[in-house]
Ligand binder design. Structure first.
Ligand code: FAD
Length: 401
């Protein structure tokens, strides 16, 4: 194989470096990150890191891990090109680094707003530690915040900012929150919870412009409504960082195209994590998934492949989001689902939604019910669809049998 060069030291790249050593890979491993921070957990950026101004980054590995495992970690180093014919990556300072195998784990970047006023001070995105630090240090007093986008990151940030005492409004273009991610039933329960916290949610709200004179002072909606704001947080999704792959002629369709082994059409180049568009076993279609589970499980599968035990990636997808005190967990993928079975607690609160397609269980959403979530992952992995009455009752003992 020769040496392995990994571009990107996020969840996918860092796990791959670690797993290569666990699988006994003896050769040189170089992990390159354009970020200055040692590899860290991204999910807390919109959760605990935002809630507490003194919260540190949570490192993915201990300080000595990379040294002790013979992994060369290059921080603050950007790969700007790939010379596939010479099998070399080119760094921003012009140096060339040869590779035996190259793994692109470049992740995704926050989508930017393009409406007038979007370039002003006080407008923040949340993708990196740098973004989160900038936003956290700009929080002062109990200023008003408008969050643009009712997806996971926007809602998590909204809940944290509200808990810090800010007035928070969420503006969403679609008819409901979390439109691409969860069932209408779950989205409704999340919306109710946000309302209880005093967060105002406006759906079907198109944007006209951001107001202000260099520093943002509000948001004007298409219908002319003006929402005053001292800060705007933009959470409108992420786009795959596939520029390097495109530049060197690798196929990209909504991400870097790979096969089931996470290989690109070039047998020496692989892609994993948020940047990879791979054939998803359950969907039977090419897709890109943004989750810690996807990034780390793809890294583990690729480490086995690169150490001579080829393993197609076919893990059951799962995801979590902490929206304030609400723990939302999702197992499986639901596109194509045509039936939802809700589970309510004795007090009428939503505990779970079982999602079926053609009578077959494809995904399960839970709210503050990790027990059902863990059970759902096992059922999905085994391809089991429990009977409807058992699902609706949400009784774990019956469901396990
Ligand atoms: P990343 O972690 O983005 O890492 C990619 C790295 O590659 C970056 O550091 C990038 O700077 C670097 N890079 C890119 N191009 C180059 C280059 N040319 N040269 C050098 N370095 C380069 N997922 C969950 O499952 N649950 C959650 O609750 C959750 N919360 C989240 C909250 C936030 C605020 C964010 C941003 C994400 C959250 N996610 C969550 C998603 C999860 O963090 C991502 O799916 C995961 O980080 C993907 O890992 P990755 O390694 O593919 O990409």
């Amino acid at each position: 194989l020769g040496n392995i060069v990994i571009v990107g030291a996020g969840h996918a790249g860092t796990q791959l470096a670690a797993s290569l050593r666990e699988e006994g890979f003896p050769g040189p491993v170089t992990l390159i990150s354009r970020e200055a921070d040692a590899p860290y957990h991204k999910p807390p950026l919109s959760k605990s890191f935002m809630k507490d101004s003194g919260a540190p980054l949570q490192p993915l590995k201990g300080e000595r891990f990379f040294h002790d495992h013979g992994i060369e970690l290059r921080l603050g180093a950007e790969v700007t090109g790939i010379d596939r014919a010479a099998r070399q990556v080119i760094l921003s300072d012009g140096t060339r680094l040869p590779y035996g195998r190259l793994v692109l784990a470049t992740g995704a970047s926050a989508r930017r707003l393009t409406i007038p006023g979007a370039g002003q001070g006080g407008v923040f995105h949340l993708r990196t530690a740098g973004d989160a630090r900038a936003m956290r240090s700009a929080l002062s007093g109990h200023g008003r915040v408008v969050v643009i986008g009712g997806g996971f990151i926007g809602l998590e940030a909204a809940a944290m900012l509200r808990a810090r005492g800010h007035g928070v409004e969420v503006v969403e273009l679609a008819p409901r929150l979390l439109g691409r991610a969860v069932s209408a039933t779950t989205a409704m329960a999340v919306a109710d919870d946000l309302a209880r916290q005093g967060i105002v949610v406006r759906c079907r709200a198109g944007l006209d412009r951001l107001l202000g004179n260099g520093a943002v002072s509000g948001v004007r909606l298409e219908d002319g409504t003006e929402l005053p704001a001292d800060m705007v947080v933009v959470g409108i999704g992420a786009a795959p960082d596939d520029g390097l792959a495109r530049q060197c002629g690798l196929a990209c369709e909504g991400g870097i195209v790979t096969d089931g082994m996470l290989a690109t059409a070039d047998p020496f180049v692989f892609a994993i994590g948020d940047c990879a568009a791979f054939p998803q076993a359950q969907l039977n279609a090419r897709t890109r998934v943004e989750s810690v589970q996807n990034a780390t499980d793809q890294a583990r599968a690729l480490a086995r492949t690169l150490t001579g035990r080829p393993a197609a990636y076919d893990a059951v997808p799962w995801f979590w989001s902490d929206i304030g005190a609400l723990k939302l967990q999702i197992a499986g993928l639901a596109p194509g689902s045509d039936e939802d079975i809700p589970v309510l607690s004795a007090t009428g609160a939503l505990r779970a939604v079982w999602r079926l397609a053609g009578g077959r269980l494809v995904a399960v959403e839970t709210l503050n019910d990790p027990g059902i979530h863990m059970l759902a992952r096992r059922l999905l992995a085994a391809g089991i669809t429990p009977d409807r009455a058992a699902m609706a009752a949400g009784d774990k003992a019956t469901l396990k049998s």
